[in-house]
Design a protein around this ligand. Structure first.
Ligand SMILES: *Cc1c(COP(=O)(O)O)cnc(C)c1O
Length: 389
């Protein structure tokens, strides 16, 4: 059986992932490692394939948001260090320890519960400091002191310290000042920590924006997410071009129907579109059921290296485009990516949807198979619909 039976697919250029990692590596200090962030199915790119490629390219560890994401990587043979950046339930600590998964902590009660459980080996912990993101983490020296007093225990090992920046991707004065203030707060907390804790710990602060813009300020590692995928964290950072990036993600399909319609004839639900004259209309078998949302009406896709407007409402499984001439059924349609000199970039889509680049590949869901390309050859096709559960 073929791995999929629809002419719509996401193509992932694994070489781009490797290039982006190497380009960041060249900019960082020699002592700073790269952890590849593959949460949310690697921002829609495919967690296992991206984790493997990132590690091959020189990443030394993996970051995810959820314990289940970490377990999936372990069950599929990823042996590198894995850190869960979000909160896990204390009762799941034994499972994390069994699989050598490092987890995040910041509550005294959480630590007490974990220490009361029976663990196969010490659980590796990263203490989260909230220096201004306001999401999770301790905010005061008193909270730190309480955790440190409690820490020495056979069940746990303090492996790392980390924080997360709220405005590392903003270049205007207010955002930049907030970034500096967070960094200063982190350094104050670190100074105090060092007077209390002589042992070595792994320190990591930067996301993509911070690690590309302030590489000399990074510590033992950075958490490289969006820009590993070749996307800039914000238009501000894109304008600065701190490192060269290659987008890995494209979305392709093929026309399934082509017809000529007469002036005034209507298209799709709610008849929001009527032909201005005689028009060639193509049907593309992609819709909001794939994550190609209705708000993309009015955007364009590429056919024959030219932009063609999406006309009429986008349906669950299909949408229509106005063509400049007749094309054969099977003609390639690029929804995200380049054709010839033209490109519909993830930045363009983010702008059209008034959102950030991160949301675009995450939006294209598991109904669309992923093809992995390396050295111009298809390595693997991943289609969750037909994989054994
Ligand atoms: C998602 C996430 C990252 C990665 O951020 P990018 O901007 O994608 O590089 C880093 N750290 C934490 C805590 C995160 O949640």
């Amino acid at each position: 059986m073929k791995p999929y039976h629809r002419d719509t697919w996401v193509e992932i250029e694994l070489d781009a992932i490797a290039e982006n990692i190497k380009n960041l590596q060249r900019r960082l200090n020699d002592e700073t490692d790269i952890f590849a962030v593959v949460k949310a199915d690697a921002y829609g790119h495919g967690d296992l394939q991206i984790a493997r490629e990132a590690l091959r390219a020189g990443a030394t560890g993996i970051d995810v948001a959820l314990l289940d994401e970490a377990l999936r990587l372990r069950r599929n043979g990823i042996q590198a260090p894995i850190h869960v950046m979000g909160w896990i339930r204390p009762e799941d600590a034994p499972l994390a320890a069994d699989h050598d998964i490092s987890v995040t902590f910041f509550h005294k009660e959480w630590l007490e519960t974990v220490q009361s459980l029976s663990l196969s080996k010490p659980l590796k912990l990263h203490m989260k400091w909230d220096t201004g993101m306001g999401r999770i983490g301790i905010r005061t020296i008193e909270e730190m002191q309480a955790l440190l007093e409690l820490l020495p225990h056979e069940n746990v090992m303090l492996e790392g310290i980390f924080t997360h920046f709220a405005t590392a991707d903003e270049v205007e004065a207010e955002g930049e000042a907030y970034y500096q203030a967070q960094e200063q707060r982190f350094n104050e907390m670190l100074d105090y920590f060092r007077t209390q804790w002589p042992e070595e710990v792994h320190i990591h602060t930067g996301n993509s924006a911070a690690s590309m813009r302030f590489p000399e300020k990074m510590h033992d590692s950075v958490r490289f997410g969006i820009s590993m995928y070749g996307l800039y964290p914000s238009p501000d950072v894109r304008a600065q071009q701190p490192i060269e990036l290659h987008p890995a993600f494209s979305l392709q399909s093929r026309l399934v129907h082509v017809k000529k319609i007469n002036p005034g004839e209507a298209l799709s639900y709610g008849i929001t579109y009527r032909a201005g004259g005689e028009e060639w209309i193509g049907t593309v078998p992609v819709g909001y059921g794939d994550g190609w949302i209705r708000k993309l009406q009015g955007m364009h896709v590429l056919v024959d290296g030219k932009p063609m407007e999406i006309v009429g409402r986008i349906c669950m499984d299909q949408f229509m485009i106005r063509l400049d001439q007749e094309y054969a059924v099977g003609e390639k349609v690029t929804l995200i990516g380049s054709q010839g000199d033209e490109c519909v970039s993830i930045d363009d889509l983010a702008e059209h949807l008034d959102t950030i680049t991160y949301e675009i590949p995450c939006m294209i869901n598991q109904r669309v198979p992923r093809k992995y390309v390396k050295d111009g050859k298809i390595l693997e096709v991943h289609n969750p619909l037909l994989e054994k559960s």
